[in-house]
Write a new protein. Structure first.
Length: 579
């Protein structure tokens, strides 16, 4: 149960001063809180014996007021230290998770659902925060406070009465330990279900246009209702166990009260204790309700925190398949070479790239074409170092890409993906993502190169127009051109366009390609596309089919020979003429 505290020992060492002071103050608070019942007992005895004077009465009142004030100040101090520490841990863990998310390669996100990762970054971190905040409180109060009360009852009143009154406690501890293990198991299941629901909500929001286009709102609503019912059922399974703790604590406490009153009355009749002692003893028993209840909370909180920490650490302990080489080098230029490269995705049963050989000199343009699923994006992903290189060698500037860090590779590259992901910010902020310190002149130049100048004028707030979640507020062509402007403002050594002109018309495509040719003298460009018009100017065009290069050459050489390129070129020319 306390494994979670050992797993977080690094944090307690880091914040040891905070927690040592908090625990010390909590112990002092425990002592301060057990003195008033003792004063009450002595006051009752003084009244019974007729020895209570006015001066003595005011002294007792002053002592009560002083204990209240001291107790308030001490409780404020330890609560601030303890719960502020839990917030610090949550913040640290959240930053670690974010750093991990940003460092992981795309393959990791293909295996893990976004909703589940979000659940770990929200619900699970909240449970961990509870563990090092309220959990530490219950741990101290369920042990030291309880022990302090028992010692006071034994030394100040009667060890006989204390021993008999404490008889039900071992049974409570045994039952709550077993309930805690069951909670750990059910809580893990409920958090997994919550992650599934999160993922389904994200997909529904992202695909809202498709949902509406196919009139599937009711079906998705019914599906979501089933998922929420399942999540509620799984959480209720946890809460049913959790609900057993308090009644169990109350029952055990009542049994202790019955024993104390019964046997205590016997001891009063024997003259072994006074009436004031019996009243004080019952006040102490009443004070024990909280620490005994805290024992139940302790099992609950620790088991939840342990389950959540395991889920978070599962992410943090995952090694990136594209971890950087220790002996990294620096590429002198951006000459790109593929030497008999074979590649297979980790989850694939077939080879996705076969014997790929490409030489792309500095300042040259490479066109990558081929039917859908031929391996165009896979080839680009190898240059971006998103997956481990298979057989063969990929070099950048004559250095094996495996000896370059991901940052070194990607700093040389401006990439426009076929998904055209935009952030829910303004047009300006999305473009500046490529170069945060760019000037207004550079922004205007990038927009011009992406043939987006006229569109900006038509936007409601110009560059300050919000594009909506993933660019939902603008058209597909506008998203593509903002993505191109974002890459162009970086002025990278290597510009990669992965089928990123599909949503623009032929005239705009021609303008963008022309701008790229004029502005990128001496820099390398790689264009993957289905439209052959976008790569006719390329120094080298490769035709892929099933991961293999079946044709390569310039546009002029490829249309002079039979094959896929000529067939596709003729089809596209025919379509242009029909328009």
């Amino acid at each position: 149960m306390f494994n979670v505290l050992f797993k977080l020992s690094w944090f307690f060492k880091q914040e040891k001063k905070r927690y040592l002071i908090a625990v010390l103050l909590l112990l002092i608070a425990n002592v301060v809180e057990i003195l008033p019942p003792w004063l009450i007992g002595k006051t009752i005895d003084a009244i019974t014996l007729g020895t209570l004077t006015t001066r003595r009465f005011y002294e007792i009142i002053a002592a009560f007021v002083a204990l209240i004030i001291i107790g308030y100040l001490i409780n404020y101090a330890w609560r601030f230290l303890l719960f502020n520490g839990s917030q610090i841990l949550e913040s640290l863990m959240r930053r670690k998770l974010m750093a991990k998310f940003l460092s992981m390669s795309p393959g990791y996100y293909e295996k893990n659902r976004t909703g589940d990762l979000m659940a770990r970054a929200t619900n699970d971190l909240s449970a961990i925060r509870q563990t090092v905040g309220f959990g530490i409180l219950t741990l101290i109060d369920s042990t030291t406070y309880l022990v302090t009360i028992i010692l006071m009852m034994g030394f100040a009143i009667s060890w006989k009465l204390t021993l008999f009154a404490m008889l039900p406690l071992p049974l409570l501890a045994i039952i709550e330990q077993r309930l805690g293990k069951m909670i750990h198991k059910r809580y893990t299941i409920s958090q997994d279900a919550f992650g599934d629901m999160n993922d389904d909500v994200l997909e529904s929001i992202e695909g809202i246009r498709v949902t509406r286009a196919f009139a599937q709102e009711d079906n998705l609503n019914r599906r979501f209702n089933r998922m929420t019912t399942d999540v509620v059922d799984k959480f209720m399974a946890v809460e049913k166990l959790d609900a057993l703790f308090k009644p169990l604590t109350i029952i055990v406490t009542m049994v202790s009260f019955i024993i104390a009153l019964g046997y205590g009355s016997v001891l009063v009749n024997r003259g072994e204790i006074s009436i004031g002692d019996l009243i004080a003893f019952n006040v102490y028993l009443n004070m024990m309700v909280w620490p005994m209840f805290a024992i139940g909370l302790l099992f609950n909180i620790m088991q939840r925190g342990n389950a959540s920490l395991d889920r978070v650490m599962e992410v943090l302990d995952t090694d990136d398949i594209m971890a950087d080489s220790v002996d990294s080098l620096v590429a002198p230029d951006h000459h790109v070479s593929f030497d008999t490269v074979n590649f297979k995705y980790p989850s694939s049963e077939k080879t996705n790239l076969k014997a790929v050989n490409i030489e792309l000199g500095v300042g040259e343009t490479l066109g990558i074409v081929g039917p859908t699923g031929s391996g165009k994006t896979t080839l680009i992903r190898q240059i971006l170092k998103e997956y481990p290189v298979g057989e063969g060698h990929i070099t950048l500037g004559g250095i094996n890409i495996g000896q370059l860090t991901k940052r070194q590779v990607r700093e040389k590259i401006g990439y426009v993906s076929q998904e055209n992901i935009l952030f829910s910010r303004s047009v300006r902020e999305n473009i500046l993502f490529g170069k945060p310190d760019a000037s207004e002149v550079e922004i205007a130049r990038a927009i011009e190169l992406a043939s987006f100048t006229e569109d900006v004028k038509r936007l409601p707030q110009g560059l300050d127009t919000l594009v909506g979640e993933k660019g939902i507020a603008i058209s597909g062509g506008q998203k593509q051109r903002i993505s191109i402007a974002r890459a162009m403002i970086k002025n990278p050594d290597i510009l990669i366009l992965d089928d990123s002109l599909s949503a623009v018309d032929a005239k705009t495509e021609t303008a963008i390609i022309g701008h790229i040719q004029q502005s990128r003298q001496g820099k390398t460009t790689i264009i993957s596309t289905h439209r052959l018009s976008a790569v006719q100017h390329a120094d080298l065009i490769v035709v892929l089919a099933n991961g293999e290069i079946i044709q390569q050459g310039t546009h002029a050489s490829l249309i002079s020979q039979q094959g896929w390129y000529l067939e596709q070129f003729n089809r596209q020319q025919l379509r242009e003429e029909e328009r």
